[in-house]
Design a protein around this ligand. Structure first.
Ligand code: ZN
Length: 100
């Protein structure tokens, strides 16, 4: 006497409340790709760090939220720093004149 009672009951009732989706638009010139970025407490660090665009593969983008557009759905832009500028770069310290 075992029926198939356990099916079809909880499919749309999402138990996991944690996590939101950012509908992100890549701001790299010539790309403009839109992708959904799911942010959960596990990967929430991407909000304060950088990430890359899955289409143009450009790295170093920062997520800039643009506001809420739905239930746990937010608009965001993936913005990039200006590159190619002549100036002090913060990743190489070749201008330090301390020869040891
Ligand atoms: Zn892109």
């Amino acid at each position: 006497m075992r029926g198939v009672v356990k099916k079809a009951a909880k499919t749309s009732a999402s138990q996991s409340v944690s996590g939101i989706t950012y509908r992100t638009v890549c701001q790299n010139p010539g790309c403009g790709y839109t992708f959904d970025l799911n942010v959960t407490p596990e990967n929430a660090s991407i909000l304060s760090g950088t990430l890359g665009c899955p289409r143009c593969r450009r790295k170093g983008g920062m997520l800039r939220p643009q506001g809420r557009i739905g239930e746990r759905l937010f608009a965001a832009q993936l913005v990039f720093r200006m590159t190619g500028l002549v100036g002090p770069a913060d990743d190489e310290d070749e201008t330090l004149g301390e020869a040891r």
